[in-house]
Design a protein around this ligand. Structure first.
Ligand code: FAD
Length: 227
């Protein structure tokens, strides 16, 4: 019997294995998907929740939807909490972005530096700040802090402890989607936020805004709990 010849063999035909096999086959790799159960995809573990992107990906009919969740909270076993609060009816954001401009310059005698202008709406008041940084994200971070610190002094306690950039779909070259993960800490907590965009500055900005908004929201919750 001739030996089967594959570039990729994926063990397990669950959602992860199925997607991995599909992706490998789509780029022309000879792919085998093996499953220990007779019927791939079974037993199906689904208590009834599906993310919106899965609906779009598989073009599922709207008649399948019984309830739509617009907000939630996820608790990891390690105690880290990520909350999606923005869509909740009673949620008041501590600030809202109006716009930002960031430029990167390389000038003779000075080298490379960046300058950011940030305009945000804090409780109905438009605050406009500018700051320089050694790179665009550093400059945006500095301008955002300048705008928010007078009203939210707890910003002084937020420190970026990690900043990771990863290209998700390298096949698209310089148009690839970039995912940015930011870890922020204060004296007693650490939290992580994520941004994704085909523009690395926008991805970083999303992660940065979420990190600040989450930190301020958490500080407010803590303050209210101690009243
Ligand atoms: C009770 C329950 C309810 C859930 N409800 C939801 C929900 O409502 N919405 C949602 O999005 N997610 C839900 N989940 C989570 C979801 O089922 C998992 O996230 C998902 O199945 C993980 O996919 P996976 O491909 O990583 O692993 P699995 O689905 O576990 O797939 C792994 C596959 O590999 C096969 N396999 C293992 N070892 C081998 C081997 N050596 N050789 C060949 N095949 C092998 C297994 O038989 C299996 O088919 C639920 C999970 C549970 C347990």
């Amino acid at each position: 019997m001739p030996r089967p010849d594959f570039d990729v063999i994926v063990a397990g035909a669950g959602p992860a294995g199925g997607m991995a096999a599909r992706t490998a086959a789509a780029v022309g790799l000879r792919t085998a998907l093996v499953e220990e159960h007779e019927q791939p995809g079974l037993p199906a573990h689904c208590s009834g929740k599906l993310q919106l992107h899965a609906f779009r990906e598989f073009d599922l009919p709207a008649s399948l939807v019984m309830n739509t969740l617009r907000a939630g909270a996820f608790y990891s076993p390690g105690g880290a909490v990520f909350r999606v609060r923005r869509e909740e009816a009673d949620y008041q954001p501590p600030f809202e972005l109006v716009d930002y401009v960031v430029t990167v310059q390389n000038r003779q005698g000075r080298g490379t530096f960046a300058e950011a202008n940030v305009k945000i709406n804090i409780k109905g008041e438009i605050v406009h700040t500018a700051a320089e940084g050694n790179g665009p994200v550093n400059a945006l971070d500095a301008a955002l802090r300048k705008a928010l610190t007078p009203l939210y002094p707890q910003m002084n306690e937020f420190h970026l402890s990690d900043y990771k950039v990863r290209i998700l779909d390298g096949r698209n070259g310089t148009a690839a989607t970039t995912r940015v993960l930011i870890d922020t800490r204060n004296s007693h907590h650490q939290w992580g936020t994520v941004g994704a965009s085909t523009n690395i500055i926008e991805a970083s900005w999303q992660a940065l805004l979420d990190s600040v908004e989450y930190g301020l929201w958490e500080a407010k919750e803590e303050a209210e709990a101690h009243v």
